[in-house]
Design a protein. Structure first.
Ligand code: GLA
Length: 301
């Protein structure tokens, strides 16, 4: 019996330590579910499901994807509250689609494929499966080493010596959805510099896993800086604001490396810092968050 009471579902944002623009070619990536989160509070509705006009494309996408997967869809109405900056590279839209999928199925954990399909319907953009898997399968204190070719997950403990800060440049993607699809097509077509990014990025992911486990902040930081240079010069998805934030962050002695996070073009930078220096590094910027790895999406209370 579907529940007829009001329930809340949370979905975290996604921070990708490393492995950018390789999920959709079956690469292995290293994201975590982070402590910025979105909460959907839903009550039964006698009308069509409604969570406000901004969310409607996602409601429609989630309903269609759930139905296609054979899941019973319920009519729900309610509210959305979120601390995940929108369009900033932290997967706010995947968090929204995931929490809605729980709410509209009254608590069935969605598969990453269903959420991916819901987002494709809502936005017209086909991404890889990294964000959905991190947001659903995340584990407190751990990153996910995710093989996007097979879906296999290895939960990697993040050593206590490592701190993470997300710096929001305040810039936002506009035509970026088009540019994301262009970059993806260029990589799939074998364009030399795009392929060089993908190959070197994949090697960096495997080097980073060892550093994350060992608490080797210096090595992890150096790997992130190499990743940023590759995303800037070979994949060409950086911006002046992102480059400046990376430079400013690594100017602080407690910060050992930084890079743009997510699809790029605008949004946020991830800085890897010595544990204990997080707040000092964050204080250098107008908008920055100390981030930690939390459990994946589920019910609240
Ligand atoms: C977006 C997509 C992901 C991934 C990243 C880049 O977040 O949704 O699937 O491709 O960009 O790594």
């Amino acid at each position: 019996m579907p529940s007829n009471r009001t329930r809340s579902w949370r979905a975290p944002g996604r921070v990708n330590i490393i492995g950018e623009h390789i999920d959709y070619i079956g690469g292995t990536v290293l994201p975590f579910a982070c402590n910025l989160e979105l909460v959907v509070t839903a009550s039964p509705s006698v009308h069509a499901s409604s969570f406000g006009p901004d969310a409607q494309p996602f409601v429609d996408g989630v309903e269609a994807a759930l139905r296609a997967a054979g899941t019973l869809v319920l009519s729900r109405e309610g509210t959305i509250a979120s601390t995940i900056p929108v369009g900033a590279g932290l997967s706010s839209s995947t968090a929204l689609a995931t929490a809605l999928a729980f709410a509209l199925s009254d608590g069935a954990q969605p598969t990453p494929e269903v959420v991916l399909e819901a987002e494709r319907i809502a936005t017209g953009v086909s991404g890889g499966s990294m964000d959905q898997t991190a947001i659903i399968e995340g584990r407190s204190g751990h990153a996910l080493l995710l093989d996007c070719a097979t879906g296999a997950i290895d939960h990697v403990p993040i050593d206590d010596a490592i701190g993470f800060v997300v710096i929001d440049t305040g810039t936002r993607r506009r035509l970026a959805d088009g540019r994301y699809a262009i970059r993806r097509a260029e990589l799939e077509a074998g364009e030399t510099r795009r392929v060089r990014h993908a190959e070197t990025e994949q090697a960096r992911v495997f080097a980073a896993v060892d550093a994350v486990r060992a608490g080797d902040v210096a090595s992890l930081g150096a790997i992130l800086i190499e990743s940023h240079v590759s995303l800037r010069d070979d994949f060409e998805v950086s911006s002046e604001a992102l480059d400046a934030a990376v430079e400013n962050a690594i100017g602080h002695p407690g910060c050992r490396g930084a890079r743009l996070v997510g699809a790029g073009f605008a949004g946020c930078v991830l800085a890897v810092v010595e544990a204990g220096a997080e707040h000092e590094v964050a204080a250098l910027f107008e908008d920055a968050y100390v981030v930690t790895a939390v459990d994946g999406a589920g019910s609240v209370g």
